[in-house]
Design a protein around this ligand. Structure first.
Ligand code: AHR
Length: 498
């Protein structure tokens, strides 16, 4: 059996747990909106057509914020299409996903849904086909109480109170050649700066996110961030990172270590931001908004034939996650938490049906994918401060990342509980984890759970929705210092004062 140690000391504080770490993303893409959050006529739908089963699962997932309406979709979106009487809303081609957008759901419905789900909405503006004026118009529509044409239009539509959206993304993945209205770093940096300047004239207190790289393997990674931040530094609060991972060529060990790339991504972007800040003589620090992250079998999507026509809400990007996906995913959550000093927000992309923790059948059931569980547990139990914890233990060789530690872990600490989130990346070996809790005083394990399965490719389905779910881990037998983590597992250990 492998062995590793973890020292937990509340004096080693990284930062408070940021609630916005547990954000997700709803894009007009595939069945995320239509037959995802919204399906009039569904047995659980409310008077507005919002699915009650999806709302309940969203609440259970513990989501705090939700980014909307895209994604690639936003770069061709006209927000005005989605407001006013439904029967007058246009149907449009969505070039990003080769589908037809009916505009039955727009900003007002989305904000109402967010409030029902208890979430903070986070809005993205179109800087692909549009620019400063349309972004300011949307802001006026959303956040001005009344007394202007656009705010009165919102009031007339039934939203008497302003939506008061605080966090705004200045476009989406503008570094990507696939993006409608793709730009060079300089073109985008100038547009983002001028859009931010105008938006701040309406409301200086907004939190604005400039587009960073859509992946650490982009050829412009690094230089993109430098140029964009040189143009926008004083005008924005956050720079975005996006990352998706998948198992490639059967390399399970390498896949389970994909958080290594995320670590490198975050620390590189933070050092670039700090360098730009230093050059500008600014005392301000830019944070990371990791506003798209997930496991996504992108290579399968890229090799699928394009849809023959322009369907409405077809099934797209419906990845069915297995246990190993959930464990790699848990590792990404550990990394986001470990970087809470600089990662101010994160969005799991996406929420329902589209590379999502929640799946639905049109007209039928909704269920939790394997990835639902690490997210829900981290959102529920990460509380208080994130503690600096450096596991001591074995490492293994990966093709992509060199030597990586078998144990990947983080701890959080509040007045009542110290919680360890730990991934055993070994494909074959259980790992005995020794916890050095001396700095905590006398503690006991209040609860320990493990997400694992003898078949690492086991999935949940509508017919077998609990096949992969956290189960109690009793291997500690009451000893707070030793617990066994099975191979390929996500683990949550909650320590309370004894
Ligand atoms: O989340 C799916 C897509 O991934 C988003 O639309 C885009 O921003 C990213 O490339």
């Amino acid at each position: 059996m492998l062995q590793a140690q973890l020292t937990i000391d509340p004096a080693h504080r990284v930062a408070p747990v940021r609630r916005r770490t547990f954000g997700t993303f709803v894009e007009h893409l595939g069945r995320c909106v239509y037959t995802g959050i919204y399906e009039p006529g569904h047995p659980t739908a409310d008077a507005e057509g919002f699915r009650g089963d999806v709302l309940a699962l969203t609440r259970e997932l513990g989501v705090t914020t939700v980014r909307y309406p895209g994604g690639n979709f936003v770069s061709g979106y006209r927000w005005e299409d989605g407001v006013g009487p439904r029967e007058r809303r246009p149907r449009r081609l969505d070039l990003a996903w080769h589908t037809t957008e009916t505009n039955e759901i727009g900003v007002d419905e989305f904000v109402r849904w967010s409030r029902l789900a208890g979430l903070e909405p986070m809005m993205a503006v179109n800087l692909g086909t549009r620019g400063v004026a349309e972004a300011v118009d949307l802001l006026e529509y959303c956040n001005i109480p009344s007394g202007t044409t656009l705010s009165d239009l919102r009031v007339a539509g039934g939203a008497k109170e302003p939506h008061d959206i605080r966090m705004w993304c200045l476009g989406n993945e503008m570094d990507g050649p696939w993006q409608i209205g793709h730009k060079t770093a300089h073109e985008y940096g100038r547009l983002a700066a001028e859009t931010a300047r105008a938006m701040r004239m309406v409301d200086p207190g907004l939190e604005l996110v400039a587009c960073g790289s859509s992946g650490s393997s982009m050829p412009t990674f690094g230089s993109w961030e430098t140029t964009v931040l040189e143009e926008t530094y004083d005008l924005v609060d956050h720079i975005s990172c996006h990352a998706y991972y998948e198992e490639k060529d059967g390399d399970l060990g390498g896949f389970l270590a994909c958080a290594t790339d995320m670590e490198h991504f975050i620390s590189t972007v933070v050092s670039i931001a700090d360098q730009v800040g230093a050059r500008l003589g600014s005392g301000k620090k830019i944070s990371v908004s990791f506003d798209e992250w997930n496991i996504w079998y992108l290579s399968r999507h890229q090799s699928a034939p394009p849809p023959p026509d322009w369907p409405v809400a077809p099934p797209l990007l419906e990845d069915h996650y297995h246990l190993a996906d959930a464990v790699a995913f848990g590792g990404l959550l550990v990394t986001l938490l470990r970087h809470s000093d600089r990662v101010a927000a994160a969005c799991l992309a996406q929420l329902v049906n589209v590379i999502a923790p929640i799946m639905t059948e049109p007209g039928g059931r909704a269920w939790r994918q394997t990835t639902f569980h690490p997210f829900a547990q981290a959102a529920r139990y990460a509380s208080g401060d994130v503690l600096l914890t450096e596991p001591v233990g074995p490492s293994y060789e990966t093709g992509e990342f060199g030597q990586v530690p078998v144990l990947h872990a983080v701890a959080t600490h509040d007045d009542r509980f110290t919680t360890v989130f730990a991934v055993n990346r070994s494909v074959t070996e259980p790992l005995e984890l020794e916890l050095d809790t001396r700095a905590l005083g006398a503690v006991r394990i209040a609860e320990a759970t493990t997400l694992t399965h003898e078949d690492v490719y086991a999935r949940n389905t509508a017919d077998d929705p609990e096949r992969v779910a956290p189960r109690p881990n009793t291997s500690h037998r009451g000893d707070p210092a030793r617990i066994v983590l099975p191979p390929v597992s996500w683990n949550v250990i909650r320590l309370a004062r004894s």
